[in-house]
Write a protein that binds this ligand. Structure first.
Ligand code: PMP
Length: 395
């Protein structure tokens, strides 16, 4: 009999090598969370610079109060899916407030952002359809495509002419065509060149979904994401987002204006066959959407903080994931052992960042990935830069 774990032996060996070099870089334990930007890790007060807590709302009084109230009034969980057990009024309220924030007719919330991509992509596309994915797409996008049974066509990252060629080749195949892009790519922090992709609509027919997971709340005059920043919201048929980043809770959403949008509720397995979010989660998410709408200055603060970190890294001579500034700032490193060593030294220096290694990275890059928060102080950003400076000097 073949042991089913045999295929995982290389993972175990890689993990052992990582552990020999220090802390488990992909399983860090936060003993206490002190604020959106600080935690106790390994007994040491640490600056959190890898949490995707873009708007810094996780300790917002209004959000915590709303969560506590919902917990007391509606209990700990919903104990079932919205199809089987029905929705709570607050699920609807969250959908309505998000639809208003996004200026969309319809919005459906999911229990996680991962499920939002699974549900939306597999709900929209079926076995007769083709889904065109950017090569650097998040795993949830790839998994959504697999679940859909649609034909998957990958195009080169951020390359509209490559997509153009692939759309031309698939012209006669029949079925619908869905192109999926991301507002800000999660590993390198670069934006999709939305205008170039939208131009293709003059030549080809397709529907467009933009995953604004890292750009919702962050980009655009209204904080609605990349399409808002680019002035191209009318061109994005569907928007996906998550609550685990700028909303500071957990969950996700899909939104759009299609007259049949609501039918997706009865066509999306990741919506139908899983329990809906807990009352506390939904209530904190509603409060966070209100906070984002009420306090646009958080976006300005985030932009300033991102520029400060980006410029600091550039002054140190570090190579960043892309040339444009976004709250995702990745530092390219030489190889896996030196990346793990640097990550450990950063943690010892009181700075937590994400480590990102192949195969989870584009072009097999080894990255130390930072995500900036509106809640970081100038001093905290400077401490992160200084910690990188020390680590680089030793590398
Ligand atoms: N889309 C993208 C681009 C992401 O980076 C992520 C998570 N990092 C998700 C979707 C899934 O979101 P969640 O973690 O909230 O499930």
């Amino acid at each position: 009999m073949t042991d089913l774990f045999e295929k995982h032996r290389p993972i175990a060996e890689r993990f052992e090598r990582m552990m020999e070099m220090g802390v488990n870089a992909v399983g860090v334990v936060n003993d206490r969370i002190l604020s959106p930007t600080r935690a106790i890790i390994q007994g040491r007060e640490t600056i959190l610079a890898g949490t995707n807590n873009y708007m810094g709302v996780t300790f917002e009084k209004a959000c915590i109060d709303a969560g506590k109230k919902a917990l007391e009034e509606f209990g700990t969980g919903t104990t079932g899916s919205r199809i089987a057990n029905g929705s709570y009024a607050m699920h609807r309220e969250l959908e309505q407030s998000l639809a208003a924030f996004l200026n969309r007719k319809h919005c459906i919330v999911f229990t996680t952002g991962y499920q939002a991509n699974l549900g939306m992509i597999a709900g929209l596309a079926g076995p007769r359809d083709t889904v065109f994915l950017d090569a650097d797409s998040h795993s949830s996008i790839y998994d959504g495509c697999t679940l859909s049974g649609a034909k998957l066509v990958r195009f080169r990252h951020n390359d509209a002419s490559d997509l153009d060629r692939r759309l031309s080749r698939s012209e006669d195949e029949g079925g619908g065509r869905l192109v999926v892009l991301e507002g800000i790519y999660s590993m390198l922090g670069d934006r999709a060149p939305l205008k170039d992709f939208v131009e293709l609509r003059k030549k080809h027919q397709f529907q467009l979904l933009v995953d604004e997971a890292h750009s919702f709340g962050v980009l655009g005059p209204n904080g609605r994401g990349l399409a808002d920043e680019a002035g191209l919201e009318d061109e994005a048929d569907f928007v996906v987002g998550t609550f685990s980043k700028s909303i500071g809770s957990i969950g996700g959403f899909g939104a759009g204006d299609h007259p049949l949008f609501e039918t997706l509720r009865y066509a999306m397995r990741p919506y139908m066959f899983t329990a809906s979010s807990s009352p506390a989660t939904i209530a904190t998410s509603i409060a966070a959407v209100k906070t984002l709408a009420r306090e646009p200055e958080r976006r300005d603060r985030l932009r300033r903080n991102s520029e400060r970190l980006f410029n600091g890294f550039r002054t140190l001579g570090l190579e960043t994931g892309c040339e444009e500034v976004s709250p995702v700032i990745a530092v390219k490193c030489k190889d896996e052992p030196s990346t793990i060593a640097m990550w450990n030294r950063l943690l010892q220096g009181g700075v937590y960042v994400n480590i990102a290694l192949p195969p989870g990275t584009p072009n097999r890059l080894c990255l130390l990935r930072c995500s900036v928060s509106a809640a970081h102080s100038d001093a905290e950003i400077d401490q992160v830069i200084a910690a990188f400076g020390k680590v680089v000097a030793k590398a």
